[in-house]
Write a protein that binds this ligand. Structure first.
Ligand code: PXL
Length: 290
């Protein structure tokens, strides 16, 4: 499909404060030369982690008319990228969107945002976990963190996981439909100071791993930062391992540039300081084949 600038339908919430979802996805993908068209699922005053009394405006009732207008304009997307959804009905709306806006060579990425650190996020329940399981079947790529992978597979949250077990989890997720499965925030069994991203591509049956140093602060929005860089990189034509590498390196530099300050963790990572890194060519690459 030809678009002079690659065009992405970004189906996420807009959280006014706390640097997650659309407030990081739009600047990152724009800096990478992509056109982001937001299809907002909810508007919140802040994200739902570590803030109380946030205002949550669920946009479920408006999404179908919004989408119908896009359909009447015959807008064509090079990629559809979904993340935080505001209600279980939205999961069916996004599934219909993926079917209706299908194009040849389109990249459909579902980040099954559900939780982190072994916990569901505040606005999710197990009904939504089950429905999210339906949505991942329609994706080319899914990017759950280890908590979300456990939830999708109905497994207990693992404090640590051996490589062979992780590979079997990934294959079980790939059996559900997505061609590429990427699990983030994987605890490294041999080192407490490391964390990894592990990926599998079913078309060549190869597993990839990119490790990085663990920094003891759990910034919100880093999953959105990771997947946006991955999407931008793949749409620029990078291979899967290079896109993983770029995404891990960008998240690491964003966390490191923030951690040195006494900056409130709940306000997210200072992407404003590092956005220009996205323009740099790949220099150092650290992926491994598993
Ligand atoms: O980054 C995931 C995310 C997105 N949107 C909202 C959230 C979170 C995680 O807490 O609360 C509103």
């Amino acid at each position: 499909m030809k678009n002079i600038i690659p065009r992405i339908a970004a189906i996420h919430d807009l959280s006014g404060f706390g640097r997650c979802s659309l407030t990081v996805i739009i600047p990152i993908l724009s800096a990478m030369g992509m056109q982001v068209c937001p299809l907002p699922t909810a508007v919140l005053s802040t994200h739902t982690g570590e803030f109380e009394n946030y205002k949550f405006i669920d946009l479920t009732e408006h999404m179908e008319e919004y989408i119908a207008h896009w359909k009447s304009l015959d807008i064509k997307f090079n990629s559809i990228y979904s993340g935080f959804l505001g209600s279980s009905r939205q999961i069916s709306i996004v599934a219909d969107f993926i079917n209706e806006f299908h194009q040849p060579d389109q990249l459909v990425v579902v980040d099954p945002v559900l939780g982190d650190d072994g916990e569901l996020y505040a606005t999710f329940d197990h009904k939504m976990v089950n429905k999210m399981g339906e949505l991942v079947k329609l994706a080319d790529i899914i990017t759950p963190n280890i908590t979300e992978a456990a939830l999708l597979l109905n497994e207990p949250y693992p404090e640590s996981i051996q490589q062979e077990e992780l590979k079997s989890w990934i294959l079980r997720l790939a059996d559900q439909g997505p061609k590429t499965v990427i699990i983030t925030s994987v605890p490294e069994s041999l080192s407490k100071n490391k964390t990894a991203v592990v990926a599998y591509n079913s078309s060549d049956k190869r597993f990839w791993k990119v490790s990085c140093d663990y920094i003891p602060a759990n910034y919100p929005g880093t999953g959105d930062v990771f997947t946006s860089v991955l999407v931008g990189s793949l749409l620029q034509g990078d291979s899967l391992p290079i896109a993983l590498d770029r995404a891990v390196q960008f998240v690491s530099i964003a966390i490191r540039s923030t951690f040195g300050y006494q900056y409130p963790v709940r306000e997210g990572v200072l992407i404003e300081r590092v956005l220009q890194n996205l323009k740099a060519p790949v220099t150092l690459s650290s992926y491994e084949i598993l």
